[in-house]
Design a protein around this ligand. Structure first.
Ligand code: BTX
Length: 325
């Protein structure tokens, strides 16, 4: 808002000084209550303000933003992230990516945002994407493949995310088929793969990646607290999001290139080495019903195989799975 802009100008012009509520109100031309309200809003956006009695307020830290330029700087990839667009607030980076696909964006185009107002998960579920804390990004790929291969790209991405987290923190996350990445049993990353295709060829794949990076537990709504975690919570330190994005793009480019050259098999081996469900008893809930049994592994196409108590092997293409305790 105009008022917010004036308030930030006031702080910019008086960087070394404390500004009292009254002084701010005069500079901005509003009431002290309005000033106070906007200061609370700034705090929510990630600004840190020092408040001293009788002296007033001073901004001591601005929110750490991730810009496209910061990611371009020192990026060691050939095509992944070479076209990158960053925005402050979007409804969903998947939707932004769709527009770019429509306009002919090349393979490796990346869209990121600081905040998503309607970040989405699979099956119309919501993805909580608060400002300045996570990596909310979509990657456009244009593999020359039949549509049935699309799920493999989710698994490739999962391996890339695990490797990037490993490199940045030394922690090894586990993958829960098909798209959950967990630390200590809680979700730290979700992946959503959406596709535009003809009958026999993929036109474009949009891979949505949501990584919880710097959230603290209280940043999650109550219903997510038992199931969600962040790298900062598990690692005990905040991470540079731009750095993590760069590492991730390198891993993703490498795995994707291996996949295009050699097929899914090498990826499958890596994926299985990180998967928690393999060999365990699980229940898979699909749209048509539930299947319980032992997870045998994934097929060469990335399809989950479950053996039920009668020895029948079921192939599961899409489901939520639950591990038996
Ligand atoms: P999913 O359907 O497997 O998981 C969604 C479920 O995860 C929700 O119903 C909720 O229970 C839980 N959840 C929601 N937000 C979070 C969170 N921040 N951390 C942990 N758990 C959460 C997973 O779908 C796929 C998510 C992809 C998100 C990316 S972000 C960039 C891109 N743009 C976009 O709109 N979506 C993708």
């Amino acid at each position: 808002s105009e008022l917010r802009k004036k308030l930030l100008d006031a702080f910019s012009n008086n960087q070394e000084e404390f500004l009292s509520g009254q002084a701010l109100a005069d500079l901005v031309g509003c009431s002290r209550t309005a000033v106070w309200k906007h200061i609370e809003e700034l705090r929510k956006e990630g600004f840190e303000l020092e408040a001293v009695r009788r002296k007033g307020y001073k901004i001591i830290k601005t929110p750490e933003r991730v810009t496209a330029d910061e990611i371009r700087l020192g990026l060691k990839t050939e095509f992944m992230g070479r076209h990158i667009h960053s925005e402050d607030v979007v409804d969903s980076t998947q939707k932004v990516a769709q527009r770019h696909v429509f306009e002919g964006a090349p393979e490796g185009t990346v869209l990121i945002a600081e905040e998503q107002l309607s970040g989405r998960g699979r099956m119309d579920r919501k993805w909580h994407s608060p400002k300045y804390t996570g990596i909310w990004m979509s990657v456009i790929l244009r593999p020359n493949l039949p549509p049935a291969k699309a799920p493999q790209l989710t698994l490739i991405t999962a391996v890339a995310v695990v490797q990037a987290i490993e490199e940045m923190t030394g922690l090894t996350p586990e993958i829960k088929w098909p798209n959950d990445i967990l630390l200590n049993g809680k979700k730290v990353t979700g992946i959503l793969t959406e596709m535009q295709a003809d009958a026999d060829r993929i036109q474009a794949i949009i891979i949505g990646i949501g990584i919880n990076v710097n959230q603290q537990e209280e940043d999650y709504p109550e219903e997510l607290q038992p199931i969600a975690t962040s790298l900062a919570i598990e690692y005990g330190k905040k991470l540079e999001r731009a750095e993590l994005i760069k590492v991730l793009l390198v891993k993703l480019e490498k795995l994707y290139s291996i996949y295009l050259d050699q097929g899914f098999y090498p990826i499958k081996l890596l994926w299985e080495s990180y998967a928690i469900s393999i060999g365990k008893n699980i229940t898979a809930r699909t749209i048509t019903g539930s299947i319980s049994g032992r997870a045998l592994g994934i097929t060469d196409d990335g399809v989950l195989m479950i053996e039920d108590s009668n020895g029948t092997i079921h192939h599961v293409y899409s489901a939520d799975i639950e591990l038996e305790k």
